[in-house]
Design a protein around this ligand. Structure first.
Ligand SMILES: [Zn+2]
Length: 63
């Protein structure tokens, strides 16, 4: 598995500062965008969310 770049920063998901965070993608609001960083605990939830989303999407596309 490829190692993602991590840094100490602010987790937007649980709003905790000064934790090890990983860039998970940009967020857009009113025509502007900002990077979203998430801590390891939130990343576990995000990974399971993505897995579930892709599984459901695969089911839809073959139906
Ligand atoms: Zn977090």
């Amino acid at each position: 598995m490829m190692r993602q770049r991590s840094q100490i920063g602010f987790c937007l998901w649980c709003r905790t500062d000064a934790v090890l965070v990983t860039f998970i993608g940009p967020v857009e609001s009113a025509g502007s965008s900002a990077p979203v960083l998430a801590c390891e605990l939130c990343l576990q939830f995000i990974r399971s969310y993505v897995r579930e989303y892709v599984t459901q999407w695969d089911r839809r596309s073959t139906a």
